[in-house]
Design a protein. Sequence first.
Length: 297
Amino acid sequence: MHSDAWHLTHDLDDFLTRADGFLRSRPALHTVQLTVTDALRSRGPGTFGKEAPLFGTLGDGSGGVRATLLHTPPYPVNATLLGAAEADALAARLLDLGRPVVGISAERDTAAAFAAAWQRRTGTEGEIHQRQRLYRLAELRPPERLPEGRPRVAGPADRDLLMRWYGEFTAAAGLHAGQAAGEWADARLAHDGLTLWETPDATPVAMAGVTRATAGQVRVQTVYTPAHLRGRGYASAVTAEVSRAALEPGAREILLFTDLANPTSNALYQRIGYRAVADFAVWELADLRPGRPPGAH
C-alpha cells in the first residue's frame, strides 16, 4: 500500500465530513477520536497543545472510510484498527511529513503493527509504555455497602483541589499531562464533568470525571483517590455515581479505559458492571526531530 492512500488534513471540518459516519459506526472502539474531536470543535484547535492537530482518513476503495488517524502533539498518534500494510503506509506518510511522532495509542495489534513499521523505517527502538483495556458498562451494580458520605458535582470553588489531584493522578499513572491543570479543570467544570465523593463533614476524598456525550457514548476518566485514602470504597462509589448519572440523559454506552498493570482498578470496575471490549496499548517511539536524539522524550 502506498503512503498516499492516507488523506491528511489540519482541517477538522474536512476530516469530520469524511470520517464522522465511520467514527459513529463503532463508537466504543472510536471513543477517543470522537471525544477529542468534540473537544477540539467546542474549545478550539489549541486545546491539547500548541502544534496544529493532524487528521487522516484511509479510503475503503468505494468512497467510504476504513480507518482514521488523529494526532494532537504532544500526545501519541491515535489510530483506529489497521492491518500491517495500512500501518506501514501511515508510518511512511508521517515520516515524509517530518511529523514529531513520539508514540502510538491504539488497539493492541494496531499499535504493535505501527510501532514495528516505525522502528523498521527509522532504525530506532520503541517500547510499550502501557497496556490498557477498554470496558463498556453492561449493567450497573452499585456497591452493596457504600462508604459514608455522598457524591457531589464539582464546582468552581473546587478548582484548586481538582488541579492538585489532576497532577497527582497523572504522576501516579505515568501519563503525559499535555494540558495545564487549570485548563483541564476548567474544561470539565464547564459541562459538570467532574464528581467528588465527600465524607459527612464535606471533605472531598475521591473524584471521577466523564467526557461530554457524543455519538451516544460517554467515557469515564480520571478516577482518583489520594493514596492515604484508598481501600475505603471511595473510588467504587464515585465511579458508580458518575456511571449512573451518565445513563440518566440516555447515553447508550458508558466506557472507560484501565491500566492492565493495576489489577485493583480492573476488578473494581468489573464488580460494578463493566465488561471488557478490547485491549489497547500505548507505545513510546523515538522523537526524530532535529536536535532530539533517538530515545529522548
